[in-house]
Design a protein around this ligand. Sequence first.
Ligand SMILES: *Cc1c(COP(=O)(O)O)cnc(C)c1O
Length: 221
Amino acid sequence: MSVDLNQLKIILSELKKYNAVLVAVSKKKSSEEIKQVYDAGHTIFGENYVQELKEKYEALPKDIQWHFIGHLQTNKVKIIAPFVSLIQSVDSLKLLKEINKEGEKNNRVINCLLQIHIAQEETKFGLSFEEAEIVLRSQELNQMKNISITGLMGMASMTEDKLKIKKEFKSLKLFYDTLKFEIRNSKFEILSMGMTSDYKIALEEGSNMVRIGSAIFGERI
Ligand SMILES: *Cc1c(COP(=O)(O)O)cnc(C)c1O
């Protein structure tokens, strides 16, 4: 078994110092492995694939908070809308419209983070700072009653260059602080940044939510 409960404990005690929340990223891991982490007392999990998330939701205890952190296609929103706790990877107004529509059908407000593109790699999804501002200021968003934008998510470049990672996280923190000041909505309170390789840097730069997979569940194959 590859689940490392000792590592989980170490990470949780580190996070405590920063008042940060752990999302245990369980993509490609079995329900049995997730159950081991759940039995250790952890209830927040992140998944990247809609169908996989749905199956795990059905198989596992209902007090788990499921975060969707992968690229989300509009035609699949309806599958997760009834139960998802937070969609961290919203990268367009079109997607927000769909989430709002499905939220309305399910009679719930769906919490969302805007995913911001801070890495230099082209492969990473997300909005630029300018695009995010346009979305946040749009009249359309204002009218979406079944959406709550509770913060931002970002991924740094995949690099050994710690200074570069640090700079990218710093830029997102600055943007987050500026928005928080402008928006003045107490629900805008999550800054999700940091994964296994870079969460320590992210915490130093002001992250209050980290998404950690392989350190807890072992390498993905
Ligand atoms: C897979 C994934 C993670 C976790 O990655 P690890 O390196 O295993 O910690 C975090 N965030 C996102 C968006 C992911 O897709």
